[in-house]
Structures are given as C-alpha cells and as structure tokens.
Design a protein around this ligand. Structure first.
Ligand code: PGA
Length: 220
C-alpha cells in the first residue's frame, strides 16, 4: 500500500478529485462513496468542477439503521454535500439500507473506484474489528469507540444509532481501485498498523494490503 503525503487537506481533496474526474471519463463509471468529515473537501471540490455525472452510478458504503434520524443520515449527508449539486440521475444512486441492492453490491457490480475513510479502530465503512474478511453487505452493531467517534454529529451520545448497514469487506476488496483518505495526525498510528502490521480481522483495514491497487492519501 502506497502512502501519498499531501501538503494540506486542500491538496488531498484536490488530488483525490483528480482521480474521480479521471474515473468519470469511463463510459459507465461505478463509484463507491464514503461519508464522514474527511470527504467533505473532496465533495466541495467536485461540485466546484461542474463535471458531467449523468452516466455515473454510485453506491454508498454504509448507513445507520434508525428511522428517527434525519440530518445525520448518510443519505441526507450525500444529497446535501454532493448529489444536490451535480447532474447525477437519482435512479443511479444507491445506499446499502436498500436491501434490494445487496446482491448487486455483493456479486460483482464492477466498481471502478472505491473511496474510503479509516476509523480510529481500523474500521472501513462499518466493518468493525472482528469482521470477517469474507463479509458481505449486512447489518452490524457499532462498537463503543465508533459510537463515541460519531457522537460529534449528534446532540448527545445517546442519540447515536447503535446499528448500521455496511458494505462488506469482500465487495470492497472486489473494487478495481481503492483510495483511503485520512486527515490529521490522530490517523497516523492506525494507518501504520493497517499498512505495515499483521493482516488480521482485528484491524479490518489491514485486508487492503492484499489488494493490488490501493493508495492512501494523507494530510496532517
Ligand atoms: P472521518 O471518519 O472521515 O470522520 O474521520 C472516517 C471513518 O470513521 O471511516
């Protein structure tokens, strides 16, 4: 796994936007997209570039299981930060909370580019430590650490949903190209463990060492 040390968060967002822009030149590109703080700069940059998204299909990595949340739902996040501002066809936008899309995600949709963040405990999407490397798209319980990390988006920690639906590690690994985005020194330790440590289900991101086209874009 190669790491690209970016000069700044803006630089990271621009470099990853270049890769997305290049992927959009394919006839029918399929992208997997993350939520969280890290991709915000990327989405802003992509909106500014006014690209043609009419032929693009996107799958989101994960979504909370909780009908009562609105603003914090990942669907809301994606429409607010990206989809409302580009010309994507809403019929080509998929979230794993829609179980009808699971077989498609699991059995070879042919994802051209999968963008990921990485959690402090090494999770990718909501594949928490202990997730099987063979895992497919499914409902999961969130760990205490993830609930705590994500509580910054909610009024109180008790408002954070405890369950989510996530794309599994197997379909993530079947993507042709994978980019991890990580911003901030607090991500350095887990990046080092995931990239250079043992390949183990205790560190879900370590499975990426087995993929032949993964790059990590990191900024302090
Ligand atoms: P972050 O989340 O982008 O908000 O740091 C990453 C993750 O937990 O996957």
């Amino acid at each position: 796994m190669e790491i690209i040390k970016c000069k700044s968060y803006e630089d990271l967002s621009n470099l990853v936007a270049d890769i997305v822009e290049h992927t959009l030149t394919l006839p029918e590109p399929k992208l997997v997209l993350p939520t969280g703080s890290t991709p915000l700069g990327l989405y802003k940059e992509l909106v500014n570039r006014e690209l043609d998204w009419s032929h693009v299909t996107t799958y989101n990595l994960d979504e909370y299981v909780d009908n009562t949340i609105q603003e914090q739902s990942y669907k809301h996040f994606m429409w607010e930060n990206l989809f409302n501002h580009i010309n994507i066809d809403e019929d080509n936008v998929f979230f794993p909370s829609d179980t009808a899309v699971w077989p498609e995600i699991n059995y070879g949709v042919g994802v051209d580019l999968c963008l990921l963040g990485i959690g402090g405990n090494g999770h990718i999407a909501f594949n928490e430590p202990g997730s099987s490397f063979e895992s497919e798209t499914r409902m999961v319980d969130l760990t205490e650490e993830t609930i705590k990390d994500n509580s910054r988006f909610f009024p109180t920690i008790d408002d954070v949903p405890t369950q989510a639906v996530t794309m599994g590690l197997k379909p993530i690994m079947s993507s042709k190209r994978i980019i991890i985005m990580a911003n901030g020194k607090h991500k350095l330790n887990i990046l080092n463990v995931a990239m250079n440590g043992e390949i183990t289900e205790s560190v879900p991101a370590s499975i990426l060492q087995k993929h032949n086209n993964v790059k990590v874009y990191y900024s302090d």
